[in-house]
Ligand binder design. Structure first.
Ligand SMILES: NC(=O)C1=CN([C@@H]2O[C@H](COP(=O)(O)OP(=O)(O)OC[C@H]3O[C@@H](n4cnc5c(N)ncnc54)[C@H](OP(=O)(O)O)[C@@H]3O)[C@@H](O)[C@H]2O)C=CC1
Ligand SMILES: O=C(O)CCC(=O)C(=O)O
Length: 423
């Protein structure tokens, strides 16, 4: 059950996610048949993707798409390219998408995909061939009203453009089949920053409850990709002090606050934050236990676990990544005893899929919103999601994670029963 990475000791992602679901089902008093039907995925797809490498040799990769639930609408979720992609993890991430879209109250179910590969070690043309082969294998199973992919770790708008183009060869031009596309192909203004912006709005809502503001807090952020770098930029623009950041290349710290604009520029030019002169280089493994007010994990799952939970010095953890906190860190009360408040992933990072929904709506309407509308609608959804979760916490006397899980699971359970699928 335990996975050991370089510095991780954490539970299998599927066991961890299902455990949170089962706790929510118990609180809600769901009957066992309904509970079982909500837990088992609708469909699990595993495909082999063989491509010619640039040097003419063949390379094979395994790709997955798990379609978890469609009671509330088409299944929705990103596609991850990462060496650690495995079926249980994709399954867990798909399940999280089902609860997340329900917490956000957008008309979707949940799905997730992934290919076990190291995108940084493939050329752009190899990545394009891999994406096109993967799309050829799954094109019959995705679609505007069935399953709509989007970017996740290791993928980006260009990946979505290749999927859109390959899918369109089989089904005709269909921009709404993926979201997170380049704006030139019908992508939404504001989608690129949306997950980070949603993290900002959710953090503001939590801090406001405690009489605090972004501008009086010190932040530590793990991961400086799409989500982490946008969260850092927006927090910094809002007057917050980002005191430490990491990515795969290394970690950097400056107690007076990092110059995030310069760090973004450095990271683009140098393909990572390593070597940034505006702070001191620190050990990446110690980043999560740096002293700060708000810790934002924005990279991999399971990074806060029973080994390091005791050493966490933040007051708030905002889960920008999916399942960054292992249940053993959370449940054995290591963090709650220390008074650390955790804003769970299915609420904190729901800004990305919310703007994906706006993108899908714009594509279907054939009408483009301006960025101000996208951002103000996103704020409404994030604030409403936070209020709805708090209401569930009050009803069931639970923490924020169970507030979010009971909210999401209850909405999906209601849709399932209304459709007569519970038997
Ligand atoms: N993109 C989205 O819209 C959404 C993403 N998420 C979640 O947010 C997280 C980040 O996704 P996203 O930003 O899109 O992914 P990206 O691929 O854009 O960025 C991932 C970042 O994490 C870094 N990273 C990877 N491993 C480690 C590690 N061991 N220690 C420190 N940093 C590490 C990467 O470093 P490097 O670049 O050096 O490899 C990179 O900076 C994921 O958990 C994802 O599921 C959730 C909701 C929506
Ligand atoms: O934008 C989307 O559809 C999905 C984003 C995603 O994969 C996630 O929220 O984890």
């Amino acid at each position: 059950m335990l996975c050991r990475g370089t510095s991780r000791v954490n539970m299998n992602a599927l066991v961890a996610t299902s455990r949170n679901f089962k706790q929510a089902a118990k609180i809600l008093g769901l009957d066992s048949k309904l509970e079982r039907s909500l837990l088992i995925p609708f469909r699990e797809i595993k495909v082999e993707c063989t491509i010619p490498k640039d040097d003419g040799t063949l390379a094979s990769f395994v790709g997955f798409r798990v379609q978890h639930d469609n009671a509330r609408g088409p299944m929705k979720g990103g596609i991850r390219y990462h060496p650690e992609v495995d079926p249980d993890e994709v399954n867990a991430l798909a399940q999280l998408m089902t609860w997340k879209t329900a917490v956000a109250n957008i008309p979707y179910g949940g799905a997730k995909g992934g290919i076990g590969c190291a995108p940084g070690e493939l050329s752009v043309s190899e990545l394009e061939r891999l994406t096109r082969v993967f799309t050829q294998k799954i094109h019959d199973l995705i679609g505007i009203h069935t399953d709509v992919p989007a970017p996740d770790m290791g993928t980006n708008p260009q990946t979505m453009a290749w999927i859109l183009d390959e899918y369109s060869k089989f089904h005709g031009y269909s921009p709404a089949v993926v979201t997170g596309k380049p704006v030139d192909l019908g992508g939404s203004l504001g989608r690129d920053a949306a997950t980070g912006r949603g993290v900002l709005f959710a953090t503001e809502a939590l801090l406001a409850e405690h009489g605090k503001n972004i501008s009086d807090q010190r932040f530590v952020i793990q991961g400086f990709g799409n989500v982490g770098s946008w969260a850092a930029q927006l927090i910094s623009e809002g007057g917050g002090k980002v005191v430490a950041v990491s990515d795969v290349s290394g970690a950097v710290k400056n107690r007076s606050g990092l110059d995030i604009e310069r760090l973004v520029k450095h990271s683009i030019e140098n393909r990572g934050i390593k070597g940034f002169s505006g702070g001191d280089s620190i050990d990446s493994n110690s980043l999560l236990t740096e002293e700060c007010d708000v810790l934002i994990p924005a990279a991999l799952g399971g990074v806060i676990n029973r080994e390091n939970a005791n050493d966490i010095r933040a007051k708030y953890i905002i889960e920008a990544a999916n399942h960054p906190t292992d249940p053993e860190a959370d449940e054995v009360n290591i963090l709650s005893k220390k008074g650390v408040l955790i804003l769970p992933d299915i609420l904190a990072n729901s800004g990305g899929v919310t703007v994906s929904y706006f993108e899908w709506v714009q594509n279907i309407q054939g009408f483009m919103w301006d960025e101000e509308k996208v951002n103000s609608e996103l704020k409404k959804y994030m604030v409403k999601g936070f209020k709805d979760v708090k209401k569930m916490c009050k009803t069931h006397n639970s923490d924020l994670r169970m507030g979010a899980f009971t909210l999401g699971v209850n909405r999906v359970a209601r849709a399932t029963v209304l459709r007569g699928w519970e038997a």
